[in-house]
Design a protein around this ligand. Structure first.
Ligand code: NG1
Length: 364
């Protein structure tokens, strides 16, 4: 479905459900991370790209305090703004209303229709896309002064922290707010400085779903966060961004130090990957992606048998590099492929992993 057709379809659904026209429309894309995993909440470096899959929202203000929503992915529902959080997707809308208060927003009832082709729980930022799209539409509907992309990203991250319960870093929200499909964003998660870059000429990144959704992710995610904080304290640095490989010595590494080793080496790999993009070196980039996956598997311990199998199938089918993307424990894999052979590589890998399927090809 093209963009205009899809927008008209959303407006029609809004109309059918709420019997009126929406006051604002907005959309935001999902993302796949090329390299730089589990570094964002350690003040580190990341290199995510937007995918073409996107979330669209249509909304209008109500004159009571109810938030009423329909979605093609989640259950229709309604709740009052002042009801407690209960894990319903409408908590994202309530979170967004609260975040916009400091820039003049108001706590008002909302009718909202959402349409998305970003698979949830797949490591491709369906939640950041929903947050940014809702925030953008509310800025329009409430006629607020314009908000910068970085401000939007920080509001979206606070929705995760305060209304959803995930203590995530800033990678997803920054790239979703500030990039356009096909861009790679080199982001410093400490300073929030970023640079948009292009993929190597003649190459695409395949985003392939392993067929297994993320399991145990919130619990293990928060556990990794705590292990990284403990490792930083042991190493005497304020965050693992300031740790160096020399600090580990030659001793056998316990869990905390293994997590630290991944983060420190991953920051080095992101810098090296940026150099590969600058000098158009796809095989160097592929190599770094492979090393990143191995480190996530051995030292960070967030891979799964399904992800490992898909990664090795993509490599053996001819990808220059393949790795899990997002938090891990299931979800998607990214693979760097020559454009001319990308379809063939993905078809062969999918044949070897019948539950897996292609989500998108990212190209410039
Ligand atoms: P995914 O798996 O896309 O939800 C999560 C975090 C990111 C980052 C990555 C690991 C959320 C919402 N996002 O991404 O901030 O830490 O894991 O690099 O939890």
């Amino acid at each position: 479905m093209d963009d205009e057709h899809s927008r008209n379809h959303l407006i029609k659904s809004f109309n059918n459900q709420f019997g009126r026209e929406p006051m604002a429309l907005a959309h935001a894309h999902g993302r796949a991370n090329l390299i730089g995993e589990h570094t964002d909440y350690n003040d580190g470096l990341v290199l995510p790209c937007l995918i073409s899959n996107r979330t669209e929202v249509a909304l209008a203000i109500r004159d009571d305090d109810l938030v009423c929503g329909i979605s093609n992915q989640f259950l229709t529902g309604h709740k009052a703004i002042y009801d407690g959080l209960d894990g319903h997707w409408l908590d994202f809308v309530i979170g967004a209303l609260h975040q916009l208060l400091p820039v003049g927003g108001r706590l008002q009832g909302i009718d909202i229709a959402v349409k998305s082709d970003i698979p949830p729980s797949a490591g491709v930022s369906s939640s950041a896309a929903l947050e940014i799209a809702i925030l953008r539409a509310l800025v329009t509907a409430q006629q607020l002064p314009s908000v910068t992309d970085t401000q939007l990203a920080l509001f979206a991250q606070r929705i995760e922290h305060d209304f959803i319960g995930t203590q995530c870093g800033i990678m997803d929200q920054m790239v979703v707010a500030a990039a356009t499909p096909g861009d790679c964003m080199m982001l410093d998660c400490r300073s929030l400085d970023y640079k948009l870059m292009s993929l190597p000429a003649g190459h695409v990144v395949a985003v392939v779903h392993s067929g297994s959704v993320r399991k145990l992710s919130d619990t293990v995610y928060n556990q990794r966060l705590a292990e990284c904080a403990a490792a930083a304290q042991i190493l005497g640095v304020s965050s693992l961004r300031d740790a160096t490989t020399g600090m580990f010595g030659n001793v056998v590494l316990d869990n905390e130090m293994k997590r630290a080793k991944h983060v420190v080496s991953e920051n080095v790999r992101v810098q090296a990957a940026v150099n590969c993009l600058l000098r158009n070196d796809p095989s160097g980039l592929g190599n770094l992606m492979n090393k990143s996956h191995d480190s996530l598997c051995d030292d960070y311990e967030v891979s799964s048998p399904e992800l490992d199998r898909l990664v090795s199938s993509l490599r053996s089918a001819g990808a220059l590099g393949a790795r899990l993307t997002g938090a891990g424990f299931g979800g998607c894999v990214v693979a760097l492929c020559e454009t001319a052979s990308a379809n063939d590589i993905v078809s062969r890998a999918v044949e070897m992993n019948p539950d897996s399927y292609l989500i998108d090809f990212i190209d410039n």
